[in-house]
Structure formats: structure tokens, C-alpha cells
Design a protein around this ligand. Structure first.
Ligand code: GLN
Length: 469
């Protein structure tokens, strides 16, 4: 059942929302035993919210179960960003996006598994003591990352459900692709970052994941908009994004990214994307090949320098004194600080702190961080030029099929980071992008990515609905 049909039933009191929420929580716990999608199931909160909805079922998301990435703050619910260093941290406030959903009657069912602070593309870099989420189609494979738990649960749940993901360099569309669901990363600033635990402030975005397009459009309509609590939030009116689903795609100009179909892309992925392109042409879209040079060639180093520099700065506040993990007070502050961080950050977090600190250190800053900032500007300029010619750009979301855990361990660090080849560009440029599930090969899902110009989320939804189920 689509979220919208479910919500109507709740509004008309055809569904006993308390009973339904109990069932949802039971299913979550059952799925979790097998797949590890949730770091926390927020039972008490969900039931309390169901009671509120029962009294007043008029909200636009009335009774709809929503899961939230662990890096997004939910009041009084452990919110760790998947890291041991934030263990037991229960925020005193809701992230703005979460609050907006609750105000419209959403029911928060839990916090989803992720790479620690979002540091990864496979959800395998989980914090110490956390469990790795497993692909809903094959438990020996990755869900993608870093919003892997949310994408997996969205695929597996039998009940109408939406998930809040977060993307810095691809973490919404990548897991959506590996789990066969829709994932929409909006324009930077479209949805408030207030209450999102920072990875890289100039890159982070919250966005919806869902089994069908309409539900993502609905959630985006509810949670986007200006927020005075986030100085980077765009001062733009909210839109009713569901309206775009009524538009056809006749004469819409789609640029097929030339560099996205070359070496390193699995043939099975290529084949499915080609079939999807044919379908779009049949519906009247005009396609043309577009070359995208700088984002593809320099996107990875530009992204990893920028993201790690910001991350290393953001993580400095986790020193065992304000919230989260702490150690016995021994030695001077430096010793204490080192101890807490050595014992509570995972391996990839440590790697990124070192890489990022190096990139912005005096003496190296010009060669790395500042250079990356300059290349980032070139990347934005190239996209802007392209969007004068076409409405949207098309490529595979991820160049490979959902990967086996066994094979991830064989990848070098560089190969590991290359998974983001298609997704870092739009993230560096703050451009909206979407994953559209376009079919299966070897019983594994394949995703297609569309990117559009700033604030043109509507175009993405317009095209995506042609693949709705
Ligand atoms: N895989 C990328 C990284 O490791 C993107 C992660 C994200 O978007 N949070 O940084």
C-alpha cells in the first residue's frame, strides 16, 4: 500500500493506529534480528505518537511509520551517528526535519544503521560494537552506504514506510541503488540540517528513501523549506512536489553522461540502464550524449579532500567531556583526549581524521584543501553549463551490482572510494539527484541516477514516476 492510501485510511479512522504501530514495531524487531537495519527501535516514542495521532488523525503524514538515520537527532532517543563515541547520547531536541514530520503525524519507529558518521559507501565501516546491515536480496552482500539500514528496511518492510537518509557524497542514492528503492538527495540547503550530526557541513543533506516515488515527493514537500536555525538553509518557499508526478516527460531533454558507461562499469549494469533509456525515449524524452569531464575525472580526490577536512574539524568536539563516551580521568587533557578517541572511534574514522587534518594543516593547505576548493568551483561551473542544454543528466548510480562482503575486504582504500565515482559530483555541486530502481540482474537490483539543476527536484520526480511500481 502506498503511504498516501495508508494515511487516508488513518485519517478516516479505518485503521486502528495503535494496533497497527504495535504490529510495525514487532515486524521491525523481527527483521532486525536477521538484517540489522536498526540501531535503536524507538518503541515508547512510537506508541506515544500513535496515541496522539489517534486523537488527531489530520496530519499530512498521519500514522505513517518513519525510520531515521542514526546521525539525525530524535529527542530522547539514542542518536549516535553509528559511533561508539556518541553512545547513550539522547538529544534534547528534534532535528527540524524530524519535527516537521512529527507535526504532520509521522510515527518515528527507530534509528537506522550506517557507516560511522557516514564514512563509507557499503555500511561496513560501522562504529565499534555496531552490527553491519545485510542486503535484503542476499545476506552475503552489502546494502550500500552510508544510509544502508534505512534503504534495507525500506525494501524489506511489509508496511507503508519512509526513511530519512543523509548524503555527503552519495549516501542516499548509493544504498537506495543496492537495495532497489527510490532515494532522493535534494539541493543543498533545501532541507534544514539543524539537528543533523555533521560529517561535512558544506556537503551534508537529509533526504527521503521510499518504495515508490509518490511517497518521497510527499515527504520532501513536508520536510523542505527555510529554517532560521540553519544559516545554510535556503530561503525558498516549500513546494507541493507531488504535482510533478502528473506531468509527462515529452520533449524533456536528458543528457546521457558519456564518461559513465566506460571502463569499470559492470556490463549488466550498462545493459539495464540502456533498457531504461529506451523506455524514456519511448515516452517522448529527447536524449543526447553529454560529456562531463571535471566531475568524473577529479570528483573523487576533490570530494575526499573536502569531506575529510571538514570531518576532521567536526569530530574535534568529541573529546569525552560533553556527551557520549568518556574514560576514567587520568593524565593531562591531551592524554585523556587521545585515550577517549583511540578507544571509541573506528578505524575509518581515524583514517579520515588523519587525512583531513593533514589536508588543512598549514604548509599543506594550499596544495590540498584550497586546491580542492578551487576544483570544486570548476565542477559546479561545468554542471551549470550543461544544465543550459539539458534538463537532467543520467548515469548508473553505482558502477557495480551489490557487492559481496568478501569482495569488499579485497578492495584497496582507493578502490573502496571509487564506488562514489558517479555520486560525488552532484554532492560537491549541491545538486539534487535521485536513484531510480530500473530492474534486476542475477536477482540483484540496479539503480539509475538522475541529476538536475539546483532546486529542480521536480524534474527528477517527473522522470522517476515512469519507473514507479
Ligand atoms: N561514501 C562517501 C564517503 O565515504 C559518501 C558518504 C556519505 O554520503 N555520507 O564519504
Amino acid at each position: 500500500m502506498k503511504a498516501i492510501d495508508f494515511i487516508k485510511k488513518v485519517q478516516n479512522k479505518e485503521i486502528d493506529i495503535i494496533e497497527h504501530t504495535h504490529k510495525v514495531l514487532e515486524e521491525c524487531k523481527k527483521i532486525n534480528k536477521e538484517y540489522n537495519y536498526l540501531n535503536t527501535v524507538s518503541e515508547d516514542l512510537a506508541i506515544k505518537q500513535a496515541e496522539t495521532v489517534k486523537k488527531n488523525p489530520n496530519g499530512r503524514l498521519s500514522g505513517l511509520p518513519i525510520s531515521i538515520k542514526d546521525s539525525i537527532c530524535v529527542k530522547d532517543v539514542e542518536s549516535t551517528a553509528g559511533s561508539k563515541i556518541l553512545k547513550d547520547y539522547k538529544p534534547l531536541f528534534n532535528a527540524t526535519a524530524v519535527q516537521k514530520a512529527i507535526d504532520e503525524g509521522a510515527i518515528i519507529i527507530g534509528k537506522t544503521a550506517q557507516d560511522e558518521f557516514g564514512f563509507g559507501g557499503f555500511s561496513t565501516n560501522v562504529g565499534l560494537g555496531f552490527k553491519i546491515p545485510l542486503n535484503p536480496f542476499d545476506k552475503e552482500r552489502s546494502t550500500g552506504g552510508s544510509s544502508g539500514g534505512g534503504a534495507g528496511l525500506t525494501q524489506k518492510a511489509s508496511f507503508p514506510h519512509l526513511s530519512f537518509g543523509e548524503s555527503t557524497g552519495g549516501s542516499i542514492v548509493n544504498p537506495a541503488s543496492f537495495c532497489g528503492v527510490f532515494g532522493l538527495c535534494p539541493t543543498y540547503g533545501r532541507i534544514s540540517r539543524y539537528g543533523l550530526i555533521d560529517y561535512g557541513n558544506s556537503l551534508d543533506k537529509i533526504g527521503p528513501m521510499s518504495k515508490n516515488v509518490y511517497d518521497s515527493a510527499l515527504l520532501l514537500s513536508v520536510i523542505s523549506g527555510h529554517d532560521i536555525k540553519d544559516s545554510t538553509s535556503l530561503n525558498q518557499k516549500t513546494e507541493d512536489y507531488t504535482q510533478y508526478l502528473k506531468k509527462d516527460i515529452k520533449n524533456l531533454k536528458i543528457g546521457i553522461i558519456k564518461e559513465a558507461f566506460g571502463e569499470g562499469v559492470d556490463k549488466k549494469v550498462n545493459k539495464k540502464i540502456q533498457e531504461a533509456i529506451n523506455k524514456l525515449e519511448k515516452f517522448g524524452a529527447k536524449t543526447e550524449e553529454i560529456s562531463l569531464k571535471i566531475p568524473i575525472k577529479y570528483g573523487i580526490p576533490t570530494y575526499y579532500l573536502t569531506a575529510t577536512a571538514e570531518a576532521s574539524s567536526n569530530l574535534a568536539k568529541f573529546c569525552g567531556m560533553r556527551y557520549g563516551a568518556y574514560e576514567e580521568l587520568k593524565g593531562n587533557f591531551d592524554e585523556y583526549f587521545t585515550n577517549v578517541r583511540s578507544n571509541n572511534f573506528g578505524k575509518e574514522a581515524k583514517r579520515r581524521i588523519m587525512l583531513g587534518t593533514f589536508a588543512r594543516m598549514s604548509g599543506f593547505r594550499d596544495a590540498y584543501y584550497i586546491k580542492a576548493a578551487k576544483v570544486r568551483t570548476l565542477i559546479i561551473e561545468e554542471y551549470k553549463k550543461v544544465f543550459k542544454k539539458v534538463d537532467t543528466l543520467l548515469s548508473p548510480t553505482v558502477p557495480i551490482l551489490p557487492i559481496k562482503f568478501n569482495d569488499i575486504s579485497k578492495l584497496s582504500i582507493m578502490e573502496n572510494y571509487m564506488i562514489d565515482i558517479m555520486t560525488v559530483g552532484p554532492n560537491l555541486a549541491g545538486l539534487p539527484h535521485i536513484n531510480i530502481p530500473v530492474g534486476f540482474e542475477n536477482s540483484l537490483p540496479i539503480g539509475m541516477m538522475l541529476v538536475s539543476d539546483h532546486l529542480k527536484e521536480g524534474v527528477l520526480l517527473q522522470v522517476a514516476k515512469e519507473f514507479d511500481n
